[in-house]
Design a protein around this ligand. Structure first.
Ligand code: SAH
Length: 264
C-alpha cells in the first residue's frame, strides 16, 4: 500500500502538473443564516429547509429512473445543488438539466451525476477508497463524491472554475476533498492507485495515465467521443481493471464538454 501525500502539500508548479489548493475551509454559515459562498446570496434557514423537500423530490425522480444505490441517493439528497449555480439559476437547480457555470462549461444533470456515481460504486457495501475526478467545474459532483469515498482528488484545468469550486465548497466540511489545478489528462500520480476514476469531460480516447493510476479491481467511468478526432457523439465508457487487464464496456450516449489539454 502506498503512502498518501501529506496535506497541505507544496507541489511542482511546472508543466501543467496538478497542484494542490489549500484544504477546503470549514463551514462559514452561522446563526440564523447560511451564506451561499461567492454568489453572495443569503439563504434563510426556511428556504434551505424548503430546498431539502425539493431535493427529496429530485431523488424520488432519480429512483423512478432506476437509480437504486442508497449511498448515491442519500448523497444526492444531502448536497445542495442550488449552492453550486449562479443565484439567477437557483430556481432550476433541482430540475434534471445541465446549467451553465461560467467559462463555457456546464454542471452535469443530476441524473447523469447519479448514474455515473452508481456505476463507479458498483454496489460496494461501504465507501470507496480514493477517487480521482477530472473536471471539478463548480464542485457539485466533487461534493457528492466526497460522501461516497474516503478521499476525493478533483482536478480542474480552468483557474477561474478551480477558484469558484473552492468558494462554492466553503460551506461544507469536506476535509477528504482535495482540489487540484492542472491538466487532468495526466491524472494525479501522487494519489494513485485509485479505487475509481470519473471524468466530467470527454476526449477521443481514455488517457493512459488514467488506466495506469487505476487500482486493480478499480473502475473508471468517462465519456468518450465515438467520432474521429474527439468530435461527434459521445458514449459513456466503463473500464474495469482486473488482474489480467482492462475490460471495456460502452454504454449509452451522453453529452459532455470536451476534454481539453493544458491549463487556462
Ligand atoms: N463535475 C463538474 C462538471 C464540470 S464540466 C460539476 O459538477 O460542475 C467539466 C469540466 O471539465 C469543465 O470545468 C472543464 O474545464 C473541465 N476540463 C476539461 N478538460 C480538462 C482537463 N484536461 N483537466 C481538468 N479539467 C478539465
Amino acid at each position: 500500500m502506498r503512502q498518501r501525500p501529506v496535506f497541505p502539500a507544496r507541489l511542482d508548479l511546472s508543466s501543467g502538473r496538478p497542484t494542490l489548493a489549500r484544504p477546503v475551509p470549514a463551514a462559514v454559515g452561522r446563526g440564523a443564516h447560511v451564506t451561499a459562498g461567492h454568489v453572495g446570496v443569503t439563504v434563510p434557514h426556511g428556504r434551505a429547509q424548503d430546498s431539502s423537500a425539493v431535493r427529496r423530490n429530485m431523488v424520488h425522480k432519480l429512483q423512478q429512473q432506476g437509480v437504486r444505490d442508497e449511498w448515491v441517493l442519500s448523497a444526492m439528497r444531502a448536497i445542495e445543488r442550488h449552492r453550486f449555480v449562479d443565484s439567477a439559476l437557483g430556481g432550476q437547480a433541482y430540475e434534471d438539466t445541465s446549467l451553465p457555470i461560467g467559462l463555457g462549461q456546464t454542471i452535469s444533470k443530476p441524473s447523469v451525476v447519479a448514474r455515473m456515481a452508481e456505476l463507479l460504486r458498483q454496489g460496494a457495501p461501504g465507501k470507496l477508497g480514493r477517487v480521482l475526478e477530472i473536471g471539478t467545474g463548480c464542485g457539485y459532483q466533487a461534493a457528492v463524491l466526497s460522501l461516497l469515498a474516503a478521499e476525493v482528488y478533483s482536478i480542474e484545468r480552468l483557474r477561474g472554475l478551480h477558484d469558484k469550486a473552492r468558494d462554492n465548497l466553503r460551506h461544507l466540511r469536506v476535509p477528504n476533498l482535495h482540489l487540484l489545478f492542472g491538466d487532468g489528462r495526466i491524472g494525479y500520480a501522487k494519489g494513485a492507485p485509485y479505487a475509481a476514476i470519473i471524468a466530467a469531460a470527454g476526449g477521443d480516447a481514455i488517457p493512459q495515465a488514467w488506466t495506469d493510476q487505476l487500482a486493480v479491481g478499480g473502475r473508471l467511468v468517462a465519456p468518450v467521443s465515438t467520432g474521429a478526432a474527439g468530435v461527434g457523439p459521445q458514449a459513456l465508457m466503463v473500464i474495469d481493471k482486473t488482474a489480467v487487464g482492462l475490460r471495456q464496456t460502452v454504454l449509452e450516449a451522453v453529452n459532455f464538454v470536451p476534454l481539453k489539454s493544458g491549463v487556462a
